[in-house]
Design a protein around this ligand. Sequence first.
Ligand code: FAD
Length: 618
Amino acid sequence: MPHQAGEKGTRRPLSRWRVEGEGGAANPRRMRATGRVPKVEVTQSMHQPVSTPRFSIYYDYKVFPFQPPPELRGEQVRHPVTIVGAGPIGLVAALELARFGIPSVILTAERQVSEGSRALAYTRRSMEILQQVGVAERIARDGLPWQYGISFFRGEPVFHMDMGHDDDDRFFPATNLQQQYLEQYLIEQIEANPLVELRWASRVIGIDGHDDDGVTLRVDTPEGEYALRADWVIAADGARSTLRQALGLRMVGDSYQGRFVIADIRVKLPFETRRRAYFDPSWNPGNTVLMHRAPHDIWRIDYQLPAGETPEQALSRESLFARINEQLAMVGQAGVEWELDWCSVYSAYAMTLTDYVHGRIIFAGDAAHMLPIFGVRGANTGFQDANNLGWKLALVHRGLAPRALLDTYSHERVAAAQEIVDEAGKSTRFMTPPTRGFRLLRDAVLSLTLTQPFVRPLLHWRTSRPHDYVTSPLNTRGDDDAMFEAGPRKGAVLRNIRLGEDDFLFDHLPAGFLVLDFCEDPAVAPEVVDVVQRWRDRGLPLSIVAVRRQPGEVACADLTIAAGGTSMFDKYGANGLPAVYLVRPDQHVAARWRSVSGEGLDQALRTAMGAGSKEQCS
Ligand SMILES: Cc1cc2nc3c(=O)[nH]c(=O)nc-3n(C[C@H](O)[C@H](O)[C@H](O)COP(=O)(O)OP(=O)(O)OC[C@H]3O[C@@H](n4cnc5c(N)ncnc54)[C@H](O)[C@@H]3O)c2cc1C
C-alpha cells in the first residue's frame, strides 16, 4: 500500500537497508595488492551470491541460474577475451567485440541485475552508442526524454538550462531510464548473440598468471573454483574493482567532502521531465537538492547530508521520511502519497587511473575512473570507453593492427576522464562547497542571478558529452582538416543527420571504418576503391558510403545516401566543394580531405590503426 506522507512504514523492510558506497555491489574479497601478478590465497568457501530477488516496487528482478562451465569439469579452454563485470560497461564491451566477430565470456559475481536505479540518465551520445549495440530503440521507447533543467535558489527560479536539440537528432540530449532496464535489455541482446557467454555467480578472486601470452583468472562459483585462461581481460568490475586492487593500481584525482542521499520514491507529481536543482532550500539550508523523474512514476530525490551527519543517520527512517516530506512540501506537494523504492548514500569522486592498459588487462568504466554523477558522467563516460576499446581490441586480437593501437585507447580515454575530472572539480565545488569561502562565493553568484542575467550561465554545470580526440596519434597530419569551415573536425564524433521522417544517418552506418565520399560523381574514385579493396582483402571491416544530392546507386559504394533535401552537405562542410572523411569504427573522424589520393587514404588508414602510435603514446 502507498503511504501517506509522514506515515510510518515502507514496503521495504528496514533490515534490508544498507549503506552503500559507489559501485553499489557487495564488498569484493579483500586482496593483497602487492605486485603485478599477485597470487591470491583463497580463504572463503564457495561463492554464493544472493539468490532471492532484490526488492523493488516497480521492477521484477529475475534471478539467473549458475551453469557450471567446462573448466569446472576439468576441460582446458582458452578464451580470446574475458570481461569481468556485467554492469552496463562490461555488457556493452561484449556486444562491441561481437560486432567485430570476437567472442567473449563475461564473468559476474551476481545473479541479478544492479540494485536500484543508479545510472538514470543516458546522454544522446550514449544512445548513439547503444544504438550500435541494438538496445537504443527499447530505451527510447520506455525512457523519458528531456532537454531542459531548472535551478532554484531559496525557492526562486534562477536559471533555465537548455541542452539543445535539433531536427537532425534522433535522440534527446538525455533519456531517463533506470539502470536495471538498461542492463536487462543488454542481457537479452547478449542472450541472442552466440558470440557472448554470460556466466552468473562467477566471482573473480585473483590472478593466477599474467604474461605476454595471456591472463589466468581464478574464479569462485557456487560449485567451486576454477582457473580461466584468456588472451585478453577487460576489467569492467566497477568502482571497487577486484582486478584494480589485485594489480595494486591507484587512481589520481579528488574526492569531495559532500555526501548525498539518493532516494527513489513512487509518487505522482505534476512536473515534466527535466533536471530540477534546489540550492539552499528552506529545509536543508546551505545544501543542494536534485530531483529527476523516471519511468513508472518514480522520482529520484538527491540531497546533500548536513555536515557531521553519518550515512546511517541519514538513512534512518525518521530522517529519510521527514526530509522527503519537506522536499515535497517545498515543491508544493505537501501531503501527497508516496512510497520508497530504494535509497543509498554516495560521495562525489573525480578520479581516474593514469593508464587503462596493464599488460593484457584493460580497464573500462567505473573500474577505470570514478566520476561525479552531477552531469550524469558515470555510465555515460563508460559507454565511450567500451565503444573506443571494442574495435581496437578486435583488430589487435585478429592481428590486423599492432598492439600500440591499444595504447591509444588508454591515451584517448584517460584524456577524456582527465578532462571530466578537471571540470567536475568546478561543478562539484558549486554543488557541495568545501569551505565557508566557497559557500560564500557560491551564494553570492546565486543571489546575483535573481537580478543579473549575466551570472546565470555560471550555474550551468556541464553534462557528459563526447570527447574530441584532437591530439590522438590516430589522426592523420597534413590532411585538409584546416580547410573545412564546417563539419565534425578531426578527432570529433560524426554528426547525425535526419534523412526522412523516421530515418537518420546513424541508422544506416555499417560497423567498421568508413570512407564518407561527398561529391556529385556517379562513381567513387577508382584509386579510393582500390585501396579499400586491398584493406578488405586483408580482413579489415571498411565500407564506402557515398553521399549524393541525387537519388540512385553510386558505382563501387557499399551504401549511397541520397542527401538531396537534407542539411548533410552543409553540416559536413561539403556545400559546393567535394569532401572525403575517413571515419573510425567508433564514429570519430580520423582524417578529412577535399580530395584524397589512394596513397593518402592508405597512409591515413595505417595511422588510424595504430602505425606510429607507440612513440606518441609513450
Ligand atoms: C547510488 C548511485 C547512483 C548513480 N547515479 C548515476 C547517474 O545518475 N548517472 C550516471 O551516469 N551514473 C550514475 N551512477 C554510476 C553508474 O551506476 C556507474 O557509472 C555504472 O554502473 C558503471 O558501470 P560499470 O559497468 O563500469 O560498473 P558496475 O555497474 O558497477 O558493474 C560492475 C560489475 O562487476 C561485477 N563485479 C564486481 N566485482 C566482481 C568480481 N570480483 N568478479 C566478477 N564480477 C564482479 C558486478 O557484479 C557488476 O556486474 C550511480 C552510481 C551509484 C552507486
